[in-house]
Write a protein that binds this ligand. Structure first.
Ligand SMILES: [Zn+2]
Length: 332
């Protein structure tokens, strides 16, 4: 409501001190108090105005916002954020030519004001503003490599808004700002949503939940909600794209003569791996199709086993004798 200026209501000027504000409030509150003016509707309205003005101007932070944004002071944080995003958007689009998309289209401050305050949403669905898509929202999630392997899910809080039930979205009750929504017409609305994170995600993957961003303006479609995925490092497996790498211990005799070892998998099981004769330390053996799933295909990457040859320790006399004989056959 483009109501009266709070400073005018209290009869002080913009540079008025806290003390002046308090004095003016006390004087006017006494003057218009309903007990002093029984049954006087206009005094009652004045009394409410004075209280509303005092609530804002007596609070340092609220007053700062009011001085900056006037009637729209309750949206100061959103407006500051929008201005910041816009500045950033401009910076990105004019910098090195790379265009960053901030979701929705970011119009000028004028159209933002229009959306927030003049358009169909806060004032009785008048359809004055052009239909526009709502802003996209995003949040960050971290998953384990096991979760990235098998797929998982997360509960997400979606913060939206809905028409105020007290004033039915008009922001006013009998020409005064609605106290439930403070005149905004909309109140916060938090929904819990379970989001599936598909198998195969990697750090940098974005999971899109269509239509769960901010509601559109003037019958425009809602934005989308994005999860920005980070996959936590794993102590045993290293990931390169869709391939996994792990170190396997191979006894010296198996490396020399060939044999079989067990390779751990992300699912917790083990796979048998053939070691060819004369396998060198550091050699990589592939287990085809045992790596990470691809996000969009049904195939999987490979599991790469890096051979780590283990020399025997605590040699017996007989073993030492055999190594001596080997040494004589193959002098350094
Ligand atoms: Zn309301």
């Amino acid at each position: 409501m483009a109501g009266k200026n709070y400073y005018d209501i209290l009869g002080i000027n913009k540079s008025g001190t806290d003390k002046e504000i308090k004095q003016a409030y006390r004087r006017l509150a006494r003057k218009y108090h309903p007990d002093v003016n029984p049954g006087d509707k206009s005094a009652e309205a004045k009394f409410k105005e004075v209280n509303a003005a005092f609530e804002v101007l007596s609070d340092k932070e609220k007053r700062r916002k009011y001085d900056k944004y006037g009637d729209k002071w309750q949206y100061a944080d959103q407006l500051d954020e929008a201005a910041r995003q816009q500045a950033q958007y401009r910076q990105y689009t004019t910098g090195d030519g790379t265009s960053f998309h901030f979701g929705g289209d970011i119009g000028g401050m004028d159209s933002l004001f229009d959306e927030l305050f003049g358009g169909s949403r806060s004032r009785g669905f008048s359809r004055r503003s052009q239909p526009r898509r709502g802003q996209d929202l995003e949040t960050n999630v971290e998953v384990t490599l096991e979760e990235a392997f098998s797929g998982s899910s997360r509960m997400i809080n979606l913060q939206g808004e809905k028409p105020c039930p007290t004033c039915h979205g008009t922001g006013q009750i009998q020409n005064l700002a609605c106290s439930t929504c403070r005149g905004a017409g909309m109140i916060a609305d938090i929904k819990r949503l379970e989001v599936k994170i598909p198998a195969g995600v990697n750090t940098g993957s974005r999971v899109r939940i269509s239509g769960k961003g901010q509601p559109g303006y003037g019958n425009g479609p809602s934005g989308d909600f994005y999860l920005n995925v980070t996959v936590a490092p794993h102590p045993v497996f290293k990931r390169q794209g869709d391939d996994l790498t792990t170190d396997i211990s191979v006894p010296l005799t198996v490396a020399a003569l060939g044999g079989e070892v067990q390779v751990p998998t992300l699912k917790g099981g083990k796979l048998a791996l053939k070691i060819p004769p004369e396998t060198q330390n550091g050699r990589i053996l592939r287990l085809g199709g045992q790596g990470m799933p691809h996000l969009s295909k049904s195939t999987r990457g490979d599991l790469k086993a890096r051979v780590n040859i283990v020399l025997p320790t605590n040699l017996t006399e007989k073993e030492k004798e055999l190594f001596r004989q080997l040494g004589q056959l193959r002098p350094a």
